[in-house]
Design a protein around this ligand. Sequence first.
Ligand SMILES: Cc1ncc(COP(=O)(O)O)c(C=O)c1O
Length: 411
Amino acid sequence: MIETKYYGEFGGSFIPEILVPTFDQLVNAFNAARNDPSFWAEYVDIMSTYSCRPTPLTFAENLTRYFGGPRIYVKREDLNHTGAHKANNVMGQGLLVKRMGKTRVIAETGAGQHGVATATMAAKFGFECTIYMGQVDIERQSPNVFWMERLGAEVIPVKDGTRILKDAINEALRDWSANMDNTHYVLGTACGAHPYPEMVSYFQSIIGKEARKQITEREHRLPSRVYACVGGGSNALGIFSGFLDDPVELVGVEAGGKGLDTGLHASRLASRDAAIGVAQGYKTYFLQDSEGQMRETHSVAAGLDYVGVSPILSNLKEQGRVRFESATDTEVLDAFSLTLKKEGLVPALESAHAFAQAFKEAPDMSREDIIIINQSGRGDKDIFLVADALADPEWRSFIIKKAEEYKNSKK
Ligand SMILES: Cc1ncc(COP(=O)(O)O)c(C=O)c1O
């Protein structure tokens, strides 16, 4: 190995021997790109012409009035092409793939957002594309599967294990070991072996750079707190990176699922249920039992439903630099509904975790405070889950009618 990296005791590079040359190649390509100012310029150019950067910072005037506390701003990552911050990472990795001369990309996906983003990037750059997705996630996010296939990607259902994100990652790693000559693995979050945590946060840092500039231009001061949801940790690290050296409180919000005391959640850093371990190439806090077996996780938001978390965030927790909280499914759905009604914003259920925690704390903050909530993605993809959770009768009869039409059609 030419290079590995730890954040405190977390991170590292625990990979099979066979993948070492591929990781070396990736580390070299990433380091060369990072040291070449024209690479970041090329990245910013493609993000502003193909995606929607800089994304706006929206003042949530009605929510601010409603809580009577801090001035609430929302960083609009939902306005990226394909509807989430995932675009920042995949386009960056796509540019690296071009530099490395590879022709095929593979990815894992949970909510499907990263899969759609990768398939989009592959279409744009002309790469062959295979996406691994747990069977459970396929069932709860079929619109995203539909779009990945339309974009020309092959979607492979993963039926091993608990059939969610961690199982999809294992399958993608297996594919990579067999096809590394022409294939790059586009990991979707700031987890995994070095250089992924660093590389993914590097591309996502565009969120924090913009947010810091936007808030200081508008308010002439820094926010008191910044909130972001935490799945693997990439959108949180992206926005937090803009404020890490400032006296700004950073709050990461994990999936509290049905409640921390039920065991049905995905809170690695906000609960006491996780322990330090090594899996999927890196060392971090994992939700595991006393024998090191990964536990089942639960969240209404597929993108937060993961056993591990970025080693960079585990270290920031140990250092006391980021506070970790959790929001339950019920709190998240309430925050989602309130945000729609008050602001006309449609956060992804993942992002609604950050809103939920901010709403819990806003009533106790002063009018002098400013907070920023990172809206990591848009919630259109969640229509089935939200309609079910709200037991919307009209939606239900629409789906039943549509199903009848399919049953009776000749095709
Ligand atoms: C909209 C959205 N937000 C957040 C996440 C969580 O990922 P991360 O913690 O890497 O930002 C996902 C993952 O799929 C997502 O789709």
